[in-house]
Design a protein around this ligand. Sequence first.
Ligand SMILES: [Zn+2]
Length: 439
Amino acid sequence: MRQHALVAATLLAFCAAPLGAQARTALLIEHVTLIDGTGRPPMTGASVLVEGDRITRIARGALVAPAGATRVDGTGKFLIPGLIDVHIHLDGASQPANVGVRALHGFLYSGFTTVFDAGNIPDFIYGMRARERSGEIVAPRILATGGVVTAPGGHGSGFGGAQIDAWPAAIPILDAYLALKPDMVKFTFDEHGWGTRPLIPLLDVDVMAKAARYINDHGIRTTSHISHEYRARQAISAGLNTLAHPIIQGPVSESFVKLMASTRTPMASTLTIGEGYSRLVEHPEFLDQPLYQAVYTAEAIAKLKTTTRDEYAKRTWTTWMKVMTPVAQENLRLIHAAGGVIALGSDQSSGPASHRELELMVNGGISALDAIRIGTLNAAVFLGRERDYGSVEEGKVADLVLLSADPSADIRNAARIAMVFKGGVAINRGALDLPVNRK
Ligand SMILES: [Zn+2]
């Protein structure tokens, strides 16, 4: 506790600097074990220098601090890149204004410095994005698709977005959609919706291919919702840049694993959403973990443990997802082992749920060091933002998380967070609008 107080005191002046202030002091993190997000082994005794919003020097051993630099003693601590979730749906679209902000604070508190919202009410999510970019709210960097591109009546068509079924008739519909400036465009391509549900309209594959090329020609990447291998193959052939989910409907074929490795098509992990049902039914005590207690209100936890748990216990969906989660975990492990690009995506709206994604990958046989890469550099690759984000390397934006225990020894240590930096600025975690700060 005393150490925390000292760190807080030395950073007081630093934290007071508003986001985007030009006279930002340099930051030197010293004597730290660096896990840089590239998958390289940890570097002990590292120094990381940040000037402005960028990492300018990294050295094994000491670096001379520039005059006036803020120094952080990382002795016994571990530095990882800011975590990135490539598939969230931010809560709060039709709720009081602070609901979305609190969810964003929960992500930041949990070490997530970038999130991609993969489908939401356009006005809501673009509004939050504008507030984050102007510095009006403290939040992770928000990238968003707004509504999704699908067939009329297709999966996710309720969000608005673009519903298309013919070419070139789709062009003006896509133009209106692109005018809202999505950072990445999500298509949905799944006649089951998700899992094995009653059949719904499916986007025409040729129209999807033409639309995906049209969007790429506007400089914007694409992702596609899929849940089984056949549609995933078609989406890759149609030129979609990434897949927004793993294959959950059955084991993947050997040739699909090779396709994923040879094309290096990034795939979001989204294990938590399916596993969360049976986890709550069988192990509700997970909600007693410090990170959940910090981010979720007592009322929300009480409701999850009672009404929601009872409801999940009755659903056949809970059992189906419990059976399919190990299958999806193994599919991800095989693709990762073959050289494919898996990226952390939770399909949820909370920092603790995103941490669960890391645990599920490690439980499925991926090493903790690789899981960190999946939650940082691979996620930046998914988003096409790896030039600036995703690793602790010279020249990159200084999105950093300082941990008090080794995440490569136990991935749960990724939740033992001492400090979070976004663009070189320390986040005052004690000032975020979260239950931990209202006690
Ligand atoms: Zn989703």
